[in-house]
Design a protein around this ligand. Sequence first.
Ligand SMILES: NC(=O)c1ccc[n+]([C@@H]2O[C@H](COP(=O)([O-])OP(=O)(O)OC[C@H]3O[C@@H](n4cnc5c(N)ncnc54)[C@H](OP(=O)(O)O)[C@@H]3O)[C@@H](O)[C@H]2O)c1
Length: 301
Amino acid sequence: MTKILVCGANGQLGQSIRSIHDQYIDLEMVFTDIEELDICNPDQLITYTQQADIDYLINCAAYTAVDKAEHEQVMARKLNADAVKNIGIAATQNNFKVIHISTDYVFDGKTFKPYSENVLAVPESFYGQTKLLGEKYLMETQPDSMIIRTAWLYSEFGNNFVKTMIKLGKQKSELSIVADQVGSPTYAIDLAQAILTIITKIHNGIYIFKPGIYHYSNEGVCSWYDFTLYIHRIMGIDCKITPIESKDYPTAAPRPFYSVLNKSKIKTSYKINIPHWGWSLEKCLCILKADRSVGIQEITN
Ligand SMILES: NC(=O)c1ccc[n+]([C@@H]2O[C@H](COP(=O)([O-])OP(=O)(O)OC[C@H]3O[C@@H](n4cnc5c(N)ncnc54)[C@H](OP(=O)(O)O)[C@@H]3O)[C@@H](O)[C@H]2O)c1
């Protein structure tokens, strides 16, 4: 068995991994969030990971409130950068590998070619800066780590753009949505499957662990406006959607205009099949429609 510790397991990606983990019979998994293991506490991290005797730590914990991070800078840096250094130090001391999740916000989004891992990251938001610093700290403290940058995450768990658009679409007859920012919506379950598939392939000796940065998002590209139209069409929501420019929807943190990740490295390194965002969105919305306990109830509240 390969033993894995998931930190930040109550978040969107953490819950996604938790919801599918029993399909991976070679993997023994332990799930923790801040109550069980605070990644900002270096001593607790070292003691916990030593006792748990893990092979991998998947770090899903992060400060993800992008706009709030502009003024809660100390907290954002502590969780997205300093805590990742704590993880790297614990990994070196207790000899486990780290799979850390990062973001498309490390790029400024000013180019119009999908971003490869070797493109220089120049974050514009404070959130992006702290996530990039976290990547740097991890590679300095435990170079035998994998960093997976992802983008536009949504799922049936937690709060996200998809759930917000369903809720607003039901409440309002008209919405104005930004149409000049493009990216690839990513179903957190697909990312969870990719991570656990990679570890399983390594466990079975099909591939070796190759440290470094990887990009993962769903296939295809759209704007927030296109994404909302699809969400409403599939959900049968009748709401007029007007496309607007970013300048008409000011946010505290600047957003990358072009946020598309090039996924060739992860696809060729581990033979991962990545679904188109439209197919995955349909799957997620099917679950939200069917399961009133996780979806619609929460959305309509
Ligand atoms: N969401 C997106 O659109 C998106 C896009 C690109 C990349 N990412 C990256 O993907 C990863 C997962 O994102 P997500 O959306 O799943 O995040 P999330 O839903 O915000 O989950 C983060 C989890 O970490 C927990 N946490 C906070 N402080 C902690 C601490 N000190 N120790 C342990 N756990 C702690 C949070 O608990 P509380 O809720 O109690 O604070 C929460 O359960 C992050 O690295 C994020 O930067 C996300």
